[in-house]
Design a protein around this ligand. Structure first.
Ligand code: FAQ
Length: 338
């Protein structure tokens, strides 16, 4: 962000705290608005409106939580992967998701919020994670369907986030998208192998796609007319496209891919609309989406309780890492003194 007023303010002051002599809050707001309008990046030490900061914390935290909760459905199949190659790929993918969580918690920390606080909000149900991870992985084909559809939906949503107005989030997204792209391809390749396999394998792939298709469409969030945050987030250039635009883009990408896979998408209303230049698709059951958000999905309870348990059981690792870091700091101080 280019303005002197914004650059000179250390410690991300709020509008109310804008230091005297460097401009009144309205001046800070104007500088912020101009930077957003000029497609400049807002950086952690720049002044930003409180509501912009709060929206970023909300979205980035939800995104980070989704990455780490999202490890669970696929981790369920690591011990039962059908070959060493598939097991190695799946382990690497699940580890990547943990890494994405780390980039995103770090991005949230640049906004002045601690990781412990965010995890506490996740564990107590005060912050959300993506609805998609509240569905069970019933067969091995679900690993392929998650890669193809869930990672595919994630990329469709996240590529525009590489141009998000907030620098640390945008930069984290560049790397995340590269990895998600590999994830999507491995899912596609896995499903292709099953689809071209025995009739039982083909049926298993079709069943997985039947179960994951509609929840994947819900990942993009409620329809535009019910999306409370979209208009403001788009004005701030946090979001670059509306939920419905991205959902349509995803459907348009998936239909030809499903044909190549030899699988059908479970929607009798899916057909090309020449006039719109897009595929029409059937009505989404939004009551199911809102129920999942309220905590009533098939796996909400299981996902959160496993996460809390992992956090408790990992306490000794965090303590040991903190003790090691403190010792390292002391050693360094000692070395300087000597
Ligand atoms: N699930 O006003 P909007 C992944 C909430 S990463 C749960 O439209 P917004 C990688 C929303 O928070 C997947 N809640 O909200 C992976 C709000 O509630 P609030 C995660 C949802 O923020 C792959 C309310 O509904 N990706 O999959 C959902 O403008 C495989 C009203 O909604 C991201 O987080 C939902 N699906 O737009 C990992 C991407 N949709 O907060 C492992 C970044 C909406 O007021 C394995 N996030 N809600 O209580 C975004 O782009 C946006 O936040 C949206 C929602 C598009 C998700």
């Amino acid at each position: 962000m280019a303005t002197a007023a914004a650059r000179d303010t250390a410690g991300s002051p709020t509008a109310q705290e804008a230091p005297a002599g460097l401009g009144d809050p309205a001046e800070f707001q104007r500088a912020f608005d101009a930077a957003v309008a000029a497609d400049e990046r807002i950086e952690p030490r720049d002044w930003m409106p409180d509501a912009y900061r709060a929206t970023l914390v909300r979205q980035i935290a939800q995104h980070a939580h989704s990455e780490i909760i999202g490890m669970q459905p696929e981790a369920n199949w690591i011990t039962r992967a059908p070959s060493l190659r598939r097991k190695a790929i799946l382990m690497a993918k699940v580890q990547d998701e943990a890494g994405h969580g780390l980039y995103l918690y770090s991005a949230a920390e640049t906004l002045g919020v601690g990781r412990d606080e965010l995890l506490d909000k996740l564990h107590s149900g005060r912050q959300k994670y993506s609805s998609i991870f509240n569905y069970p992985t019933l067969t091995w084909a679900d690993v392929g369907a998650i890669g193809w559809l869930v990672d595919g939906a994630a990329i469709t949503n996240q590529v525009p986030l590489c141009r998000c107005s907030y620098g640390p989030y945008a930069r984290a997204m560049v790397r995340v998208c590269k990895e998600e792209s590999f994830h999507q391809r491995q899912g596609y390749e896995l499903l292709l192998a099953l689809s071209k396999g025995t009739p039982e394998q083909h049926a298993m792939a079709q069943d997985a796609v039947d179960r994951w298709w509609w929840p994947s469409l819900m990942m993009f969030g409620p329809p535009d007319d019910e999306s409370q945050h979209s208009a403001q987030s788009m004005a701030w250039k946090i979001k670059r496209h509306s939920n419905d635009e991205l959902r349509q883009r995803f459907v348009d990408i998936c239909v030809p891919q499903a044909e190549s896979l030899g699988l059908t998408l479970p929607d009798p209303d899916l057909r090309w609309n020449e006039e719109r230049g897009h595929y029409d698709f059937g009505a989404i059951d939004w009551s199911e989406f809102w129920e999942v958000l309220k905590g009533n999905g098939p796996c909400n309870e299981e996902r959160l309780s496993r996460r809390r348990k992992a956090h408790e059981e990992g306490a000794w690792v965090r303590e040991a890492a903190a003790a090691h870091a403190a010792k390292h700091r002391n050693d360094e101080t000692g070395a300087t003194r000597a």
